[in-house]
Unconditional design. Sequence first.
Length: 234
Amino acid sequence: MTAQQKKINAAKLAIKKIKPGMNLGLGTGSTANELIHLLGKDKNLAESLKCVSSSIQTEEIAKDYSIKFQQLDEFEFLDITIDGADEIDDNGNMIKGGGGALLREKMLANMSKEYFIIIDESKKVNTLGKFPLPIEIIPFSPKSTISLISKVFEEYQMTPEIILRLDSGGLNFITDGGNFIIDCYCKKILLTDQINVKIEKIPSVITTGLFLNMSSSMIIGYDEYATEINFNKE
């Protein structure tokens, strides 16, 4: 069974969360794309929704379907957002941003009454950090920002390799918001709450790819089926 089929199985379970007339946030990534494909086939449902996307990439994929997007400013709240993750642990804490949409993804999550994460089983981990942690920063003086972030990690006896992300042409990767991303190769991240707070206090940091205590549940796709694990958010 292919990894894609696992993602499709997760998307098939997740689409049951979407009800006609909802304010819906749609995430970014390969598993979220499978949800868009399924939603696009249900034209009556798609046309009843008011949608907002977490990235230009998501909007491009939805162009061939009856999914119309509005600006986030047009919403007071989102009923649900469905998104993927690069890693998620048993408590629903995540690393996101491998596709570069972490800022808009976090904005949608914060406006959502419920936030559902769809993944294939490979994204489920015991401890965060094997996937490099993305951090979105302003373009001004990235070396200085990397130095300040390194000092935060050093407080926790961590010395990750920190690299400014490049695009396929070898230029600095630019987010939809016009910012840079650095990737921190940590291997393991403990005390995520403390580290996240300290990094986000650095003035040139916009946000990190740590999504902590935000998800309502995760829907995991396997070879033949998908299952949902609910989280108790405080």
